[in-house]
Design a protein around this ligand. Structure first.
Ligand SMILES: Nc1ncnc2c1ncn2[C@@H]1O[C@H](COP(=O)(O)OP(=O)(O)OP(=O)(O)O)[C@@H](O)[C@H]1O
Ligand SMILES: [Mg+2]
Length: 430
C-alpha cells in the first residue's frame, strides 16, 4: 500500500466569534458597531449596567477530523455551507493553523483557494507565476519550461505584465488555476474553482484536473457540484458541522449526502385535508424510487428511476389519468408522460386508494437536477383535478466507470437527454 501522502489526525479548528476586533466581514463590523451603540444608548438612558454580550462565542469549524490520502488518490470534499470544507483546505495549505490535531503532507502542495490567496496583488501575472513556482520549490528553468503553457491555459496574454489586483475575478481565477495545475505539484488542493468562471473555463478546469489525476498526482477537491465530484473523484469525504459524516466511494457518499435530507425533495406526503386535489381525487404521497423500492434523491445515470404517486379516488366512474412533467435546472420541460397502463386505458376507477408508477429508463436522462410536476386529469371532457408543481425532485449523477454515454470525456456535456446509443465503426480501407 505504501505511505499516505496526506495524514490528518484529530484535526480541530476553533474560531472565536466577536472576541477580537478582527472582523471578517462587513456584516460582522456592522453588528459589532450596532451592539456597542445600543449599550451606550441604554447606559445614557439610565437603564443600569449595560448587558455585555455573553462572553466570546466559539465555534468549532472542524472537530476530530481524521483521514489518510494515498498518493494518486483524487478525493472530493462535500457538505453544506459552513460545514468546514474551506477550513480544512486552508489548514492543509498552511494558511491557518489547527487548534488541535495534526496534518502531515509528504509532497509539494499547490492550493487554489478563494480569490485573494496565493497571489501577491501588487505583482504582475508574470511575476506571480514565478513567485508561485519558487514557493513550490521549482527552479527558474523548470518554471520557464511551463510558462507558455500556463499563459495559454489562463488566456490572459495581453495582461501578463499588469498587476493582478487589476484583473477581473474571472482572469484572476483562470491564472490561479493555470499556475496551480501546471506547476506540477504532488498535491493539488482546489476549493470550488467551478463556482467562478464561465462554462467553457469550468470544462477546461475539470478536464485538466482529470489529466492531473491520471498522472498519479493527488488531488483534494471541494465542490458543491456533485456531478463534478462523482465524475472526477473515486473517493469523497462528506463533512457536516465540522465532522466527517462519511468517507468512501464518491458515488456512495454523494448519494448518502443527497438522501440525508439536506437536498430533500425525493418524497412528499400530505396530511388529510392539506393534500392537493379536489372532490374527485387527492394526492397522498409522491416519491422518487429505485427498482429495489428505496426512495432516492440521487440516481445513477445508468439506472431506471420510478416516480410513484399514491392517490385517493373520492368520486367513482371517472377515467383518471396521472401524468408527470419533468423539468431540468434551466426550466426546460424535458418530457411529459401519461399513464398508459393498458389495464386502465378508458377504464373508470372505483373509489379507493391507488398507486401509479412511471419508469424512466436508465441511460436516458442527462445529469443534473430534475423536478417533477404531478397531475391527474380526465380527458373526455378535459379536466385537471390535481396539478402539483415541483412535487418531487431528484439528481441524476454520472461517473466514469462502467458503461456510460459519455465515454471517457470528463467535462460537462450539454443536452437535455443523454441516451446511450448503439455505435458501430467499420474499417472501409486500411
Ligand atoms: N475566520 C473565521 N472566523 C470565524 N469563523 C469562521 C472563520 N472562517 C470560517 N468560519 C466559520 O467556520 C465554519 C466553517 O466554515 P468554512 O468556510 O470552512 O465552511 P465551508 O464548508 O467551506 O462552507 P461553504 O460551502 O459555504 O464554502 C462556518 O461556521 C464559518 O462561519
Ligand atoms: Mg468554502
Amino acid at each position: 500500500m505504501g505511505r499516505p501522502i496526506i495524514s490528518v489526525r484529530g484535526l480541530g479548528k476553533r474560531y472565536q466569534l466577536g472576541a477580537t476586533p478582527g472582523h471578517d466581514t462587513l456584516r460582522d463590523h456592522l453588528a459589532h458597531a450596532l451592539a456597542a451603540l445600543q449599550r451606550r444608548w441604554r447606559r445614557r438612558n439610565g437603564e443600569g449596567a449595560a448587558p455585555e454580550p455573553a462572553g466570546p462565542r466559539e465555534i468549532w469549524a472542524l472537530r476530530e477530523v481524521s483521514f489518510d490520502v494515498m498518493p494518486g488518490e483524487v478525493v472530493g470534499v462535500i457538505g453544506r455551507n459552513g460545514a468546514g470544507k474551506s477550513t480544512l483546505l486552508k489548514i492543509l495549505s498552511r494558511i491557518t493553523d489547527p487548534t488541535e490535531g495534526e496534518v502531515r503532507l509528504r509532497g509539494r502542495t499547490a492550493s487554489l483557494l478563494e480569490v485573494g490567496t496565493g497571489f501577491h496583488p501588487e505583482l504582475t501575472g508574470r511575476e506571480n507565476i514565478f513567485l508561485n513556482g519558487a514557493i513550490l520549490g521549482m527552479t527558474q528553468a523548470e518554471i520557464r519550461a511551463r510558462f507558455d503553457e500556463i499563459v495559454a491555459f489562463a488566456d490572459i496574454g495581453p495582461f501578463l505584465d499588469t498587476p493582478v489586483k487589476r484583473y477581473s475575478s474571472g482572469m484572476y481565477t483562470r491564472l490561479a488555476f493555470a499556475v496551480a495545475a501546471h506547476l506540477q505539484p504532488e498535491i493539488l488542493v482546489v476549493d470550488e474553482v467551478l463556482a467562478v468562471g464561465d462554462a467553457a473555463f469550468q470544462k477546461k478546469c475539470l478536464n485538466k484536473m482529470q489529466d492531473i489525476g491520471r498522472t498519479g498526482r493527488t488531488i483534494l477537491f471541494v465542490s458543491h457540484n456533485l456531478s463534478a465530484i462523482t465524475r472526477l473523484c473515486q473517493r469523497a469525504i462528506w463533512l457536516h458541522q465540522g465532522r466527517v459524516m462519511r468517507d468512501g466511494p464518491a458515488a456512495e457518499v454523494a448519494s448518502a449526502y443527497l438522501n440525508s435530507g439536506i437536498g430533500t425533495g425525493a418524497e412528499r406526503t400530505w396530511p388529510d385535508g392539506a393534500a392537493p386535489g379536489n372532490t374527485v381525487v387527492r394526492l397522498v404521497r409522491v416519491r422518487v424510487r429505485r427498482e429495489d423500492g428505496t426512495t432516492c434523491e440521487a440516481v445513477d445515470i445508468r439506472e431506471p428511476v420510478g416516480i410513484e404517486t399514491e392517490y385517493e379516488v373520492l368520486t367513482p366512474d371517472k377515467v383518471l389519468v396521472p401524468n408527470y412533467h419533468f423539468y431540468n435546472e434551466e426550466g426546460v420541460c424535458v418530457f411529459i408522460s401519461h399513464d398508459v397502463d393498458p389495464a386502465w386505458r378508458h377504464r373508470p376507477k372505483p373509489c379507493g386508494r391507488y398507486r401509479s408508477t412511471a419508469w424512466v429508463p436508465g441511460n436516458f436522462l442527462a445529469e443534473g437536477r430534475l423536478t417533477v410536476n404531478v397531475a391527474i386529469s380526465t380527458y373526455r371532457p378535459f379536466e385537471v383535478h390535481v396539478h402539483e408543481r415541483d412535487a418531487v425532485a431528484f439528481t441524476v449523477v454520472d461517473n466514469l466507470s462502467g458503461e456510460t454515454a459519455r465515454g471517457d470525456y470528463a467535462g460537462k456535456l450539454p443536452g437535455v437527454v443523454r441516451p446511450l446509443l448503439r455505435w458501430q465503426t467499420e474499417v472501409l480501407e486500411s
